[in-house]
Write a protein that binds this ligand. Structure first.
Ligand code: NAD
Length: 377
């Protein structure tokens, strides 16, 4: 009997989801025996598979059944794979879509912060579109506010507005408002400082557009107030346009980057390209209650069922879960080290293999999961 039990709500979802989730579970089982912990995983439905199951059961079709939400709330963490696929693609607003399950669960769990680590693996440096010398020492995490800003402001379209048309006559006008409260800013910025205290570079860069936007000026004031409480952390502000440039000119200068919703959306995609490989990126969404961990990629319907998907982003989502939900930093470090080791030994899935990879080093999904488990022991 393990000394501690963690309940994990596992959501395999659609496409390659079940295949990569199986590998994450193998890793959890191996870590459990090593650390005298039981990771009790329970599968639930989300996305297209939930739409199918509720339809078959004669219920109202939904991408997020109540039973899934209840299980997620009752668990210590949620581990999601991916949702979506052509089977459920529709423009009919009355039909449910798999992605609604994802948005709904994030909202219902009150997840207000998303973090995406960007870490370089020496073995994969050639996959990056950036020169090798620029990538040396890159190890950063983007902390993005998730529930405020432009995406959650008022969205309005006005017709027949005098002078709005290109010819000077009446035309349309659109308005999206951007709002932030001090509380919304503070909880995210504080989290960034707490994280920086535990990371080797001890650095926080707060990104805003304070030379133009009032929300950014408030963001900056709050960031400075919080920074004063963390004297051991090296703190600076950066304007978002400069940051977009610095991320490709000198990415190694960053440690924890914290920013509002829209800027974070754009910068995290830009930063993810530093690695050049979608199959390696994990993310965590955190809030006051149960947190959710998932790969940054989608359900890859083009390769689903073929046994060739890269399970590493899913396995690295487990690393984040160990770190941020279970405070098992040692086990998290072991997962990160095992993934690095497997790559250093030359093992690849098809998406990260190149011309130099010998054919016998290109592994399927399950074999790659086995290699990580082997490297853990
Ligand atoms: P995608 O990320 O699923 O795939 C993009 C490309 O990357 C494809 O060629 C795919 O084969 C490849 N790829 C992705 N993950 C991989 C992996 N682990 N191993 C090997 N190759 C991998 O994006 P897409 O094709 O734009 O979207 C497919 C479906 O996924 C859509 O229905 C979309 O809505 C959904 N989606 C879901 C999420 C999510 O669940 N969080 C995120 C993005 C897209």
């Amino acid at each position: 009997m393990a000394s501690k039990v963690y309940r994990i709500c596992t959501l395999p979802g659609d496409g390659i989801g079940p295949e990569i989730m199986a590998e994450a579970k193998k890793v959890l089982a191996a870590l459990g025996s090593k650390h005298d912990v039981e990771f009790a995983c329970e599968d639930h439905l989300i996305g297209g598979s939930a739409i199918d199951a509720t339809t078959e059961a004669g219920e109202k079709p939904t991408a997020l059944p109540d039973s899934t939400l209840d299980a997620a709330r009752a668990s210590d963490a949620v581990l999601l794979a991916a949702v979506g696929g052509p089977k459920w693609t529709t423009t009919d607003p009355d039909k449910p879509r798999p992605e609604q399950g994802l948005l709904a669960i994030r909202k219902q769990l009150g997840l207000y912060l998303n973090l995406r680590p960007v870490r370089m693996y020496p073995a994969l440096l050639d996959a990056s579109p950036l020169r090798r010398d620029l990538l040396d020492g890159v190890d950063l995490v983007i902390v993005r506010e998730l529930t405020g800003g432009l995406y959650f402001g008022t969205h309005d379209r006005q017709k027949d507005v005098a002078g709005a048309a290109a010819d000077g006559g009446a035309g349309q006008k659109a308005v999206d408002s951007m709002e932030y409260t001090e509380a919304e800013i503070e909880r995210v910025v504080r989290w960034a400082f707490e994280a920086a205290e535990r990371r080797p570079k001890h650095r926080v860069t707060s990104v805003d557009k304070a030379n133009v936007l009032e929300t950014s000026r408030l963001w900056r004031e709050v960031a400075h107030r919080v920074a004063a409480e963390y004297p051991s952390v090296d703190f600076s502000d950066m304007l978002v346009d400069n940051c977009a440039m610095q991320l490709v000119a000198n990415p190694a200068q960053f440690d924890v980057l914290v920013t509002e919703n829209t800027f974070g959306d754009i910068l995290s995609d830009e930063a993810s390209m530093l690695t050049g490989s979608l199959g390696m990126l994990a993310s965590a969404s955190l809030g006051a209650g149960t947190a959710l961990y998932e790969p940054s990629h989608g359900s890859a319907p083009d390769i689903a069922g073929k046994g060739i998907a890269n399970p590493l982003a899913q396995i690295l989502s487990v690393e984040l879960m160990l770190r941020y939900s279970f405070q098992m930093d040692d086990a998290a470090d072991e997962v990160a080290a095992a993934v690095t080791r497997v790559l250093d030994e030359g093992w690849r899935t098809a998406d990260i293999a190149d011309d130099a990879t010998p054919a016998d080093h290109v592994l399927g999904t399950a074999a790659m999961g086995d290699k990580v488990v082997e490297a853990l022991s």
